[in-house]
Design a protein around this ligand. Structure first.
Ligand code: XUL
Ligand code: CO
Length: 437
């Protein structure tokens, strides 16, 4: 049975096409810098936004119908979501999906019953994966929705709640391994605090590190070879989230000896909430060898929360793909952690969202490759630091000098040297001339 009968397979028709159900820029087999677009852009569908969320917000209930012909809260509905999800991904040529445990099945009264449901649905998903070639990018456990997690999961004050979290992680890892997932994500849902007045920050951080260490030990013991990933976010739902940004998360991982098993999953809208650009977060991860995966979405400059919009800002995706290309590609993929606006409430809108997002990243890839091929920006940056290529600069970089030698070098120079223009406006105009040619 088809859930999206009126929607054809989405094809590439080129920038001139006026067909709303066609790609204008995403041409899967087109080769860019030696790899196809499909290889550069391992797109994934987020089970939660696409198949579960139906428009409920703080002020009102669902506007969209995600029942897919079944009664929500039943296993029949869980299976219908699998059918709809695979049909959706096939029609768009999306090759990966990501899930939380409770996106797949309704949570039951007991852990044993929930786990039995997860076994059943993952069998069904596996069948679909075999039939279509679609793969699992990453799995995770939802450790924030249930009221038991109101004070956190790995950072909860309750040892019993900590054990519930462990049980969910264990099962989510089982399912991720069963489905061949490339990664396992820890987004610290309620791992943070509302107020330091009632919080033992050091205790909470030590504890969540313990939970992650046990997850790594268990995961490796059942044959999980992929990356564990932290997905940083500075705020929301907690006022302060411990995994504030990439630098903070890397510091945490190194402090607790978890950095060999973990990488970072960078979400565009989380970067901007942290007061960074998306590009900044990618660069920090890349230079630390921690660039794992991307949650592809976009925030809103006027709103201070996580709006999870489908990306349409080509400048942003260009700078993202510039970082990804320079880092040698992604280990993970590009998961559209994005949802339709509440007012875009039809099945067609679900497709329009992905077409927009995929085209925006395809354009970003094309333009980032063009910036690299153009070479002027990279050449400028290279030359900016050229004083370190010879003379005293080369000695500094080779660690072959002392503070005394540098001081006497400076004394001989007399007046301080002008370090040279940063040429920001010139460089920005190069980006524009490549974007809009
Ligand atoms: C929340 C968020 C999550 C994670 C997975 O802001 O991004 O959906 O991606 O738990
Ligand atoms: Co996310």
């Amino acid at each position: 049975m088809s859930h999206f009968e009126s929607i054809p397979k989405i094809k590439y028709e080129g920038p001139e096409s006026k067909n709303p159900l066609a790609f204008k820029f995403y041409d899967a087999d087109r080769v860019i810098l030696g790899k196809t677009m499909r290889e550069h852009l391992p797109f994934a569908m987020a089970w939660w936004h696409n198949l579960c969320a139906a428009g409920t917000d703080m002020f009102g209930t669902n506007t969209a119908d995600k029942s897919f012909g079944a009664t929500p809260g039943t296993m029949e509905h869980a299976r219908a979501k699998v059918d709809a999800g695979f049909e959706f991904m096939e029609k768009l040529g999306i090759e990966y999906f990501c899930f939380h445990d409770v996106d797949l099945v309704p949570e039951a009264e007991t852990i044993a019953e929930t786990n039995a449901r997860l076994d059943e649905i993952s069998d069904y998903i596996l069948e679909k994966m075999k039939a279509t070639g679609i793969k699992c990018l990453w799995g995770t456990a939802n450790l924030f929705g249930n009221p038991r997690y109101m004070n956190g999961a790995g950072t909860s004050n309750s040892a019993d709640v900590f054990c519930f979290a462990a049980a969910q992680i264990k099962k989510a890892l089982d399912i991720t391994v069963k489905l061949g997932g490339r990664g396992y994500v820890f987004w610290g849902g309620r791992e943070g605090y509302e107020n330091l007045i009632n919080t033992d920050m050091k205790f909470e951080l030590d504890n969540i590190a313990r939970l992650m260490r046990m997850a790594v030990e268990y995961g490796r013991s059942i044959g999980f070879e992929g990356d564990f990933l932290i997905e940083p976010k500075p705020m929301e739902p907690m006022k302060h989230q411990y995994d504030f940004d990439t630098a903070t998360s890397i510091g945490f991982l190194r402090q607790y000896g978890l950095d060999k098993d973990f990488k970072i999953n960078i979400e565009a809208n989380h970067a901007t909430l942290a007061g960074h650009t998306f590009q900044h977060e990618l660069r920090v991860a890349a230079i630390n060898g921690m660039l794992g995966s991307i949650d592809a979405n976009q925030g809103d400059n006027l709103l201070g929360w996580d709006t999870d919009e489908f990306p349409f800002d080509v400048y942003e995706t260009t700078m993202c793909m510039y970082e990804v290309l320079k880092a040698g590609g992604l280990r993970g993929g590009l998961n559209f952690d994005a949802k339709n606006r509440r007012t875009s409430n039809t099945y067609e809108d679900m497709f329009y969202g992905f077409i927009l997002g995929m085209d925006t990243f395809a354009l970003g890839l094309i333009k980032a490759a063009a910036i690299i091929e153009d070479g002027r920006i990279e050449k400028f940056v290279e030359e900016k630091y050229s004083s370190f290529k010879s003379g005293i600069g080369a000695k500094i970089v080779a660690d072959e000098t002392t503070l005394e030698e540098l001081a006497s070098h400076a004394e001989k120079l007399g007046a301080p040297e002008n370090p040279g223009s940063g040429r920001i406006e010139y460089l920005e105009s190069i980006v524009n001339s490549i974007l809009f040619r």
